[in-house]
Design a protein around this ligand. Sequence first.
Ligand code: ATP
Ligand code: MG
Length: 180
Amino acid sequence: MYLKSIEVQGFKSFANKIVFEFHQGITGIVGPNGSGKSNVADAVRWVLGEQSVKQLRGSSMQDVIFAGTENRKPLSYAYVAITLDNSDHKLAIDYEEVTVARRLYRSGESEYLINGSPCRLKEVSELFYDTGIGKEGYSIIGQGQIDRILSGKPEERRELFDEAAGIVKFKKRKATAQKK
Ligand code: ATP
Ligand code: MG
């Protein structure tokens, strides 16, 4: 499984629709300060269900919507879609390719889609449990996160090992069953 592409439209500094295509191997994104490199990582975090405005470096969730510039009007929604190659079926879904998308309007209305079908955030989260990819996963290492792992509480560090060992889904199911 690998990330094939990221599509952004109206997300942060990306007013126009842009598709970043990736291939097997390593890709670096370079550019001057403030050109939007971190916004690309934010887009991936966001589409995976990030709910923390602070993590997204904003003060409200609507801050992810393109706010306009001197010669360009603000946009009414933000849209991000990531496409993963799933030919090894690491994701428990019967598709060779999986596209996860999220859209948010200024009104606050929002939606998640898996391969074009509307779904709940829970389904997006479940799809990525134990893959290391989810917003809690270790596939996106933000600035300062290494420090947090090293100096974190043992319970927090444990969550990282649970994810890598592939037992998160069982723990979540157990917790749900115990609530009932
Ligand atoms: P650095 O090298 O300093 O880390 P960077 O390439 O990572 O820079 P980002 O932090 O990704 O840059 O991008 C910051 C830019 O995104 C700023 O110019 C900011 O104005 C712009 N930006 C953020 N949110 C929005 C928004 N909602 N609408 C328009 N522009 C936005
Ligand atoms: Mg940056």
